[in-house]
Design a protein around this ligand. Structure first.
Ligand code: PEP
Ligand code: MN
Length: 337
């Protein structure tokens, strides 16, 4: 349930509602907007009717049901949308944020060269995998903590915030020391112990959609993070499994628009994993932004043919600069070429 307070409701009135929600066995989540305060009452209790009766409490404008199984991520709770800040870079509600970098961090030189180039081209956040969720155990698994060190050096040199994947609850503290944003990979979207642990992390989370996850499952995975105490969540559509084999995955553009409609969380798109094909990245980047995406994640490698992972879906440095030049200077509106 959502309790909409009247504009100008007093602190005392707000606190009274919070207390009553707790007494009835629900958890209150308060959202203080510029004009009015909204309080979400979530949880499992049979005392719903008592919360509904708060309709008559002083300072309350309305008590409304949340129509979806996901509650705290529902747009009903924050109609204006959420902005997630990653070391000063704002994701949501304004100019699209672009995260770029290699699939895997392979060496100091590789990540530094990429970081300088993507920064010069206008990227806002550096990506790079240190712990890699590879389909085959014989494939490159990532450099681990050594890669985290290289990412840190790249941030120190370029000033770009860093996003990198954390695969295990064992690594959350370590990766949080190095990274500005923690990525939950597609394969881990429903790793509930990991989500519970990340709900307590003091870092924003990039939650990728599972390859076979419905939009509802994706939003409920995000709900774990918010319900556990971490409101800084960005959703990432990275393609789903369909019958099509010409592309690695099927980038679900409608999911971007629908996730924006259903949830207040920012949504970005990953056309690299979404297609598996370098040639499709520019078109799918523009399409995702046209569908309402708040940003992009793009794999970029100085020499994709030598990449240890995901070379075919990585742009080279010039290709990335060319893509960035097709988004207008403020990245606000699209130049369709
Ligand atoms: C990645 O970002 O390199 C990655 C492994 O992504 P996903 O989890 O979407 O496959
Ligand atoms: Mn990759």
């Amino acid at each position: 349930m959502i309790i909409n307070m009247l504009p100008g409701a007093s602190e005392e009135q707000i606190q009274h509602v919070m207390e009553r929600i707790k007494e009835c066995g629900f958890t209150p989540h308060i959202i203080r907007g510029a004009e009015r305060t909204v309080i979400g009452a979530v949880g499992n209790s049979d005392r719903r009717s008592e919360v509904e009766a708060l309709q008559a409490a002083p300072g309350v404008e309305a008590v409304v049901a949340i129509a979806h199984p996901f509650k705290l991520v529902s747009r009903q709770l924050r109609p204006g949308g959420t902005v997630v800040e990653v070391r000063g870079v704002r994701i949501g509600g304004g100019e699209p944020a672009v995260m770029a970098g290699p699939c895997s961090v392979e060496s100091r030189e590789q990540i530094l060269e990429t970081a300088r180039a993507v920064r010069a081209a206008g990227a806002h956040i550096l990506r790079g995998g240190a712990y890699k969720p590879r389909t085959s155990p014989y494939d490159f698994q990532g450099l681990g903590v050594e890669a985290l060190e290289f990412l840190k050096q790249a941030r120190e040199e370029t000033g770009l915030p860093v996003v990198t994947e954390v695969m295990s609850t064992d690594d959350v503290d370590l990766v949080s020391e190095y990274a500005d944003m923690l990525q939950v990979g597609a394969r881990n979207m429903q790793n509930f112990p990991l989500l519970r642990c990340l709900a307590k992390a003091q870092r924003p989370i990039l939650l990728k959609r599972g390859p076979s996850a419905t939009i509802k499952e994706w939003l409920l995975a995000a709900e774990y993070l918010l319900a556990g105490g971490n409101p800084q969540v960005v959703l990432c559509e990275r393609g789903i499994k369909t019958f099509e084999t010409e592309t690695r995955n099927t980038l679900d553009l409608a999911a971007i628009a629908l996730a924006k409609e259903l949830s207040h969380l920012p949504v970005i798109a990953d056309p690299s994993h979404g297609t598996g094909r370098r040639s499709l990245i520019p078109a799918m980047s523009r399409a995702a932004l046209a569908a309402g995406a708040d940003g992009l994640m793009i794999e970029v490698h100085p020499c994709p043919e030598r990449a240890l992972s995901d070379g075919p879906q990585s742009l080279d440095l010039a290709g990335f600069a060319a893509l960035m030049s097709t988004l207008d200077a403020g990245h606000r509106h699209l130049t369709v070429r």
